[in-house]
Design a protein around this ligand. Structure first.
Ligand SMILES: [Fe+2]
Length: 367
């Protein structure tokens, strides 16, 4: 199984994981072979990437922090809440409360699982998928910061609804594919303050959760917006969500952004910006939960071999289990070799292949 972007999707490729619409329905099911018609439909739904079967890589089990169904359901609820607000109605806070609870419970059960930035990526409507992912990353951080249940809940609401103000921004502007003008950027930046005002009006949402919407674009050194406040002037929940939001945005393809960066690059960026853009203590806790080389990445080793990452443990994230698929002479192995880097102490990961390089490697005729 491997991830390909829609631009590299071809007829005949077999879908390895269900692809959902943001309403929670299956758009294309696992096992279906792609056709031109399907590819067109995926493009219509703004689906950027999908998992396909790959004979050379073989089967890979991806440990899920939060079950796919829970995520899809939360995306649906977030979309409904934001649409209600767009139409001048109240959101259904009971549903939101249940969704945050479900995520929290699963995260607490799966404490040993590390974040593999893989699932959810194959979904459309990035605002909603992104909100759920930010909620998950923020709660994980909150758990490690030692928050109790009431605190986690408040953090969870704020994180899930941090971009609720975007429901007041026109969709044309939100999904604009070309560079934004300074005026348009200003218009989008209003979502922070507007989000706060919306959440303040909702019963069940506390003021501290509402502040997350207002402050999630503020930066630790005062370089953020809308007010340019800094350090402890920014509420702690907002400092957590700011980090989760920036990290997720960086590692996802978005319409008005350039290409996403690889997780290990994003981690390096966070390490470098802890203390300037982000709260250094929160950065320390946050990065422990992220796999630098997620399951399914194709990596090159100091031995000259190429391998696919098959399992990442939270205790030793930079030393995953791997499956070697190409030897140091550039020949594909007919029998892939499994290795556990926690035991092979002289073997190191020296690079990660991007999707194009991985596609080339995997399309070389076996010899
Ligand atoms: Fe935002």
């Amino acid at each position: 199984m491997r991830l390909v972007s829609i631009d590299n999707a071809k007829n005949g490729m077999v879908i390895a994981r269900n692809i959902f619409t943001s309403d929670g329905n299956i758009l294309l099911g696992k096992g279906k072979a792609l056709t031109e018609d399907y590819i067109f439909r995926l493009e219509q739904w703004n689906i950027n990437s999908l998992y396909i079967e790959d004979e050379i890589i073989g089967e890979i089990e991806i440990d899920e922090l939060v079950n796919e169904q829970t995520k899809v359901e939360t995306i649906r609820i977030t979309k409904e809440a934001m649409n209600n607000i767009r139409n001048g109605k109240m959101m259904n806070s009971e549903k939101v409360r249940k969704a945050v609870n479900n995520i929290m419970e699963e995260l607490i059960q799966n404490r040993k699982v590390i974040v593999n930035l893989v699932d959810i990526r194959a979904m459309n409507d990035f605002t909603f998928g992104h909100s759920v992912e930010v909620c998950i990353l923020s709660l994980l951080t909150g758990i490690d910061l030692g928050y109790n249940f009431p605190k986690l809940k408040q953090l969870g609401y704020g994180a899930l609804l941090h971009d609720v103000g975007k429901s007041t921004v026109s969709e044309t502007l939100l999904y604009k594919k070309t560079e934004l003008t300074p005026e348009e950027r200003k218009e989008i930046e209003k979502h922070a303050r507007l989000g706060y005002e919306i959440l303040q009006k909702q019963e069940e949402i506390s003021s501290v959760s509402a502040h997350v919407a207002w402050q999630h674009h503020e930066r630790y050194d005062g370089s953020g917006y809308p007010r340019g406040i800094k350090g402890a002037e920014i509420q702690e929940f907002a400092r957590v969500v700011a980090l989760a939001d920036a990290f997720d945005a960086m590692t996802t393809d978005r319409v008005y952004r350039e290409k996403k960066v690889m997780p290990h690059e994003a981690l390096e960026y966070l390490r470098d910006t802890g203390g300037t853009l982000f709260d250094p203590e929160i950065v320390k806790v946050f990065i422990q939960n992220i796999a630098p080389f997620p399951t399914g990445s194709i990596v090159s080793l100091n031995t000259g071999e190429k391998a696919v990452v098959t399992k990442v443990s939270k205790d030793f994230p930079s030393r995953p289990e791997i499956r070697i698929i190409q030897n140091s002479d550039g020949q594909r192995l007919t029998e892939p070799m499994e290795k556990d880097l926690r035991k092979e102490l002289t073997v190191f990961i020296v690079g990660v292949l991007d999707e194009i390089e991985a596609g080339k490697l995997l399309s070389i005729e076996g010899n």
